[in-house]
Design a protein around this ligand. Sequence first.
Ligand code: ADP
Ligand code: MG
Length: 237
Amino acid sequence: SLSAEAYRRRHEITVSGNEVPAPFMSFEATGFPSEILREVHSAGFSTPTPIQAQSWPIALQSRDIVAIARTGSGKTLGYLIPCFIHLKRCRNDPRLGPTVLVLSPTRELATQIQDEAVKFGKSSRISCTCLYGGAPKGPQLKDIDRGVDIVVATPGRLNDILEMRRISLNQVSYLVLDEADRMLDMGFEPQIRKIVKEVPARRQTLMYTATWPRDVRKIAADLLVNPVQVNIGNVDE
Ligand code: ADP
Ligand code: MG
């Protein structure tokens, strides 16, 4: 079998950080609970993608992570499966607020993330809702009041709901900034910073991005603590 070094070379994975764990080169190597492995196999996936292989063991160590990989490389499950495992250990009463918060740039992407969370998390019995603009707030507020483990939100709508004091983020212990480069391109940086101020400092923060320009590096430096960085292929700046 391949060494970690050879696997990284073959898949153009570069890592930086202290004592970065070896990639999971197969699903068997992940040690994921059998109900999660069943979902993955029934989706027809035969091996982890390179970003999954390298970011899963890091995320499972509860470390902060910056993952940079092109669109279509499987980043969503890169943070969702560790999130399900985090929820098994650290789920709070969802009526007090979500345990997991995923920020996403658009309604379309937020909905796709929710669909994937529902599909792969159904055996873990997680609950998930989506908060985005251009739709009435009523049903979204109702979901929040009923209580959900995972909130997937666009920064604009979540910030509006926070200003109405209709959601509490003080139970969040797993924070994901997905498509961070696109969120900054869309001008969401002020809303992201306001939202993150409401999330406890004692948390795990994961940032996923397709590119690594200066503004993304700056917000990563401000919001993540001692992150491990994983790049797949060449990085566009
Ligand atoms: P990204 O966020 O990097 O753009 P996605 O998470 O949207 O990528 O994944 C792209 C596609 O790859 C999705 O259809 C997803 O279901 C699929 N996918 C994810 N993981 C795997 C895997 N291990 N093997 C095969 N397909 C996968
Ligand atoms: Mg994505």
